[in-house]
Design a protein around this ligand. Sequence first.
Ligand code: TYM
Length: 332
Amino acid sequence: RPRVLSGIQPTAGSFHLGNYLGAVRQWVALQESHDAFYMVVDLHAITVPQEPAELRANTRLAAAQLLAAGLDPERCTLFVQSHVPEHAQLGWVMNCLTGFGEASRMTQFKDKSAKQGADRATVGLFTYPILQVADILLYQANEVPVGEDQRQHIELTRDLAERFNARFGETFTVPAPYILKETAKIYDLQDPGVKMSKSASTPKGLINLLDDPKATAKKVKSAVTDTDTVIRFDPVDKPGVSNLLTIMSTLTGTSVPDLERSYEGKMYGALKTDLAEIMVDFVTPFKTRTQEYLDDPETLDSLLAKGAEKARAVAAETLAQTYAKVGLLPAK
Ligand code: TYM
């Protein structure tokens, strides 16, 4: 079975619809066909200031949401990044292989550091993508299911894997991004020119899966469309409507052309009312299931401990090979 690996940050608490449709939904599907490793990337979360108690709670919350979304610990390896020390260890080796200029070209770093103010951004935020490289290479992943915003980090991973292999001999699998075209980028409901995200979106344009379902319905109903009235998929001229069609199509399994046909001659209001109902039907059980996992932290923690153990077996082997290849003296 080919292997996949991916990760999600616990920073924000609730996952948003972009996280789910762009990534987590694919994780759930891929556990059927792939040897799948999924993690909550708490080490990445501390690249920006964090409240310790909140980070701890949000790490469990992220794991609970992944389970609620359909990850099955019997069919995938689910773990917390900091439980597997090899991530930081391989991260160091990868830091020593990355050019300063190369790291400086990472657009997410440029965006995030600009937002924080250049003096406030940490070196950790700068090397964030390199830790992500280590995350992926440790597991010899063939594919990495993510949204479009992660493409550059996967490119960096490929570059570093190839560089290492060329310099020290065949060691790492060179991974490919697994990005579904339809859901690669889910847009803000109020500003369909920008991706839905915790930081960029207005609260009204951001659908948090754990929000009150009534509030979610309201956000969907007040989504920005355009002054035209035709329900047609056209991301350039009708980004708002197209985003709603993408979301509806993915949540219902009905193709976009079929949706266009069924809304022919209807108003935007009809589309939004229907989508609001579909969203409520989706988030309501999601919220309940998440709470059920949170209500039993002991089971959750032991499940994560088992996941870390499985992950470590793979990670330790890759790290040992890597250390040997670069010439670090083994401890006797
Ligand atoms: P994070 O936590 O920001 O986001 C988790 C996943 O959600 C996707 N995503 C979106 N997809 C479509 N439309 C959107 N509006 C949208 N917003 C977010 C992201 O692309 C991502 O797949 N650096 C990563 C975490 C990470 C990782 C890894 C991923 C750490 N190590 C190793 C893969 C492999 C991140 O910050 O994702």
